[in-house]
Ligand binder design. Sequence first.
Ligand code: MIC
Ligand code: SF4
Length: 646
Amino acid sequence: MGTNLARKILGAHLVEGELTPGTQIAIKIDQTLTQDASGTAAYLQFEAIGLPRVKTEVSVSYVDHNMLQMGFENADDHRFLQSTAYKFGLYFSRPGNGICHQVHAERFAVPGKTLVGSDSHTPLCGGLGMIAIGAGGLDVAVAMGGGAFYLIMPKILGVKLTGKLQPWVSGKDVILEMLRRLSVKGGVGRIVEYFGPGVDSLGVIDRTTITNMGAELGATTSIFPSDEQTRLYLEAQGRGASWSAWSADTDAEYDELIEINLDELEPLIAQPHMPDNVVPVREVAGIPVQQVSVGSCTNSSYRDLSIVAYVLKGKAVHPNLSFTVSPGSKQVYATVARTGALADMIDAGARMLESACGPCVGMGMAPPSNSVAVRSFNRNFEGRSGTRDAKVYLASPETCAATAITGVITDPRDLGDYPRIEMPARFDINDTMIIPPAPESEADAVEILRGPNIKPLPRFGQLEDTLSGEVVLKVGDNITTDHISPAGAKVLPLRSNLPALAEFTFERVDKTFATRAREAVSGFIVGGSNYGQGSAREQAALAPRYLGIKAVMAISFARIHRSNLINFGLVPLLFRSQDDYKLVDQADQLEIPNVREQLKAGPEVVVKNLTKGLEVTLTHNLSGHELEILLDGGLLNHLKVKAANN
Ligand code: MIC
Ligand code: SF4
């Protein structure tokens, strides 16, 4: 039997372990990316590791999230990031150049390579035949320093694509179909690999939409082959030399297999408040809409905006709604300006925003109270838009554009002829917004520019012998990192100021959490299944730890958040059943005696519930490497211990 593509690339980068699903492996990382919201902490951590320069083939520091400069904070972070990039040997993509994933695909992605990024949508570049994985900033800092990236070898889920997308159906509908079938937990512990005859008909843009939003499946990453379509895309970027062919063997084996017939897909839409709450657009057509937004790293390419412009040309945005468009990159923006698509959108009444994450991360454009918004984005978690009672739907740019002119959710197939959008054979390449690093010989003299909002990293001790305290919060299933550490215009600028940021922890779930956690001094969180899904933000682990949380007990964890917990010294423990989960309530006093010894002795960990007078046996699935990190009180401590022992 032949080998699938994911195993080929992982195999070529393997530095520890064997490619057996469920076991720990470590891989060499060729490229890294960070964005500003996670990057400030990542570079503080890189600084703490103590290396003068990055050791990767390419590392890029992007600014795309914190772009609303309502005070000095974001602007100071931009300056800090520019100076650290220059000093440490990274490319710096300036604010205005675009969303990290879109720009990385355009200017840096190379088929067959590995990429880790401190953002959960890093898998977008899997659309060009890379293994691209989202991780916490600290893991990315380690990779920048040449350290291996540790992960549990996922199962490879093969998705055989047959047929061809019908008019008005696009990449977004493919990934919404995946979410409809598999749910937001369906990809956990898996790499999703697309193959089969249907792949040829999908351009790189549709592919990257699909791999980007594979993050919402909980997948480790998603990947497409690198083929003729990839070559054309890279040629158009003036980077034909970076292309090489990568695909699975024709008789490749997969751990699991599903099939999607593209012929049968119709326009789909995710209803509030989860990306897997998917139905055909026609089932909800007619619902009045107050806001439509096209943009985000999922759907903000030249193709996406050209379709929107085609639909809007000569028409007007419906008077009852507001329509925003955020081009994914400067290249996309400049290209739609040159083709005239930009004028068509502006004429129709589109509110053009800058090339950035913008409304996707609650940076402005919060919808009205109790309204309906339809967005081409990837996440519709409750409150993420900035309006708690807004009902956010996720759909393709086609569906968004159709809705923008009718004022109600509209199946784009009602619009008539589907245009053929020709991708430029060659984009106008202009990299003036990407600043290369200082020459190595000058790096020493480069000063890092720090503003007052950038606070030093906290220091934590090693894991205590006994953990005790109160269950400060008990929550249910599918808690996202947006619940734990929200984003948005008010909170995101505090990412580099942990004492201030920590006050917002769980704000949308329980406003008293931060105060109660601080008062408890030492405590626990209890979660349901898929705890910590969503973004890669390590602050969702760091802030609870800062407030005194010592362990999180859940039915299951999302991959990135679990790693972040370990990286910051919080013990992730698993309930063996729903019944056990019911044995621990909020405000119960718990004790985990001899926790260090218990963790070392095996998978079972006995937790005493002092309030209820009973014992619950939980489990852990820590690898040897993870256990060492946890015992040392987190990854930075562990690196110091290792350095001291060498
Ligand atoms: C998101 O989409 O939630 C973010 C903001 O891009 C996050 C990153 C962060 O919170 O820093 C992500 O997806 O990882
Ligand atoms: Fe930015 Fe939204 Fe993409 Fe996150 S999901 S990187 S906030 S555009």
